[in-house]
Design a protein around this ligand. Structure first.
Ligand code: BES
Ligand code: MN
Ligand code: MN
Length: 456
């Protein structure tokens, strides 16, 4: 039996095992789930052992553990691939919008619904099953593999870089594979060559020492919620650009060749708008929707609160108001510099009568990868054979904090080959993964190992 036949004949078991993985509520950001995150790491480590990987380890960190495993039996002449993924997931709220409970995986219309289905447990698991398909059918893999699967991606990969730095020698590799991105469209595989970075701020606006009667005090006391709204409104200009001086200083402009590449992608702006049930799209003038979504930096409010939000009307002038604001970054913007720039700007434009404090949360560096490295070409061949068409090359708007660290520490090509779809509902209610993409993902990764070894 070859690995493809093995994978094809074990589809039902693979799906059952994925369901077991998805039942573990490994929400990294909520401390009450810390034990569940640890259980997910244990389950995964045990599973990796059971398929024949060596040196399986659960590496503790001050936060959530990292799962490591390897198979180095292909020998020193074969290339070594380091696979990176994450087993932690996002919170599930709003819970009442899920059609089936987030941690009771359910198959409907060829999709598996559960938190983590596409981001990233389903994608981690398809790589694990590709490895199993080789080992169980042939007793070997064409290349050496190391797996680093972390539990803190969704909270900024806080402790991963320490681990990578410490083990830099031990983790030596010729290429890195990440399966945590989306395909361009159903049936259209893609290789992602750019990811945006992130800078995340929390803004606290404080006014009077206590909440006040808005009749007795309103008019003469600056309202922190009004002040916050004014601050936020001033962060963009009327052309949709970010109005913070210096914000664009380090942005590498898109060259004509890349603009043509992005424009040639089969993207339908109208269909994109309709699917979201919007009557218009927004954003920065002078750029196409795809450019705005992936190659231009942004600033967005992620949450805003303060004052009375209960039922009915309460006439109150709140003592404080807050917002979470994040910026998506593109090369060569740096998260620490942008966070500082925006924070200082917010403090500067705050009206008299309120005090503003800006706190910096996590960040991530933006990245671009070489489009025609050997590993990228191997991935392109594997995708073309699996999907019956050449992959497209695209940038994506999301962030994977550790990718820049891989580039810095190992200096080897990084392949971002994902099998999700942007409509899979990552971070949203009813997250799902198309089973076709799960099974094709296994096939593509089975081929990738072979193509990578062949090209070495
Ligand atoms: N898998 C995503 C990253 C992603 C999203 C890649 C969309 C391509 C397209 C990842 O799990 C994620 O959600 N990352 C966070 C990073 C943050 C918490 C530092 C993100 O992008 O918000
Ligand atoms: Mn992810
Ligand atoms: Mn995510």
């Amino acid at each position: 039996m070859n690995p493809h036949q093995y994978a094809a004949s074990h589809r039902d078991r693979f799906l059952d095992e994925l369901k077991t993985f998805l039942r573990l509520p490994s929400i990294s950001t909520l401390s009450e789930h810390a034990a569940d995150v640890a259980r997910a790491a244990q389950w995964l480590a045990e599973h990796l052992r059971s398929i024949g990987l060596d040196r399986v380890e659960i590496v503790p960190t001050p936060g959530h553990p990292i799962v490591y495993a390897e198979w180095m039996g292909a020998g020193a002449d074969a290339p070594t691939l380091l696979f990176y993924g994450h087993y932690d997931v996002q919170p599930v709220d709003p819970l009442d919008q899920w059609q089936s409970p987030p941690f009771e995986p359910t198959v409907r219309d060829g999709k598996i619904f559960a938190r983590g289905a596409t981001d990233d447990k389903g994608q981690v698991f398809l790589v694990v099953k590709a490895i199993e398909s080789w080992l169980a059918s042939s007793g070997r893999l064409p290349c050496n593999v190391r797996l680093v699967i972390e539990g803190e991606e969704e909270i900024g990969s806080t402790h991963l870089s320490g681990f990578l730095q410490q083990r830099r020698q031990q983790l030596a590799c010729d290429a890195v594979l990440v399966c945590d991105t989306a395909m361009f469209a159903p049936g259209v595989p893609s290789l992602v060559y750019g990811l945006r970075g992130l800078a995340y701020l929390e803004v606290h606006v404080r006014g009077p020492r206590r909440d006040l009667h808005s009749g007795s005090f309103g008019g003469a006391v600056v309202n922190p919620a009004n002040a916050l709204a004014r601050i936020i409104a001033a962060l963009h200009d009327e052309r949709g650009a970010v109005a913070v001086p210096g914000f664009y200083d380090d942005v590498r402009p898109l060259d004509e060749q890349e603009r043509r590449l992005l424009a040639s992608l089969p993207f339908d702006e109208e269909a994109f708008r309709r699917e979201l049930e919007l009557d218009a799209l927004g954003g920065e003038e002078g750029y196409t929707v795809l450019e705005r979504l992936s190659a231009r930096p942004t600033l967005d409010v992620n949450g805003i609160w303060g004052g009375f939000i209960g039922e009915g009307a309460k006439t109150v002038l709140p003592a404080e108001a807050h917002a979470k604001i994040s910026m998506r970054l593109v090369p060569d913007q740096r998260p620490d510099r942008i966070a500082q720039l925006v924070a200082r700007h917010i403090e500067r434009i705050a009206p008299a009568g309120v005090r503003v404090r800006v706190e910096t949360l996590h960040g991530a560096d933006p990245i671009l990868v070489e489009r025609d490295s050997k590993p990228m070409r191997a991935a392109a061949r594997a995708l073309a054979q699996t999907f019956g068409r050449e992959p497209v090359y695209q940038r994506e708007g999301g962030s994977i904090p550790v990718v820049a660290e891989f580039q810095r520490l190992f200096g080897v090509p990084v392949v971002l080959m994902g099998f999700g779809l942007n409509t899979d509902g990552a971070h949203s209610p009813n997250e799902h993964f198309h089973l076709d993409n799960f099974y094709r993902g296994i096939e593509a990764v089975v081929r990738f190992f072979e193509e990578l070894a062949g090209a070495h």
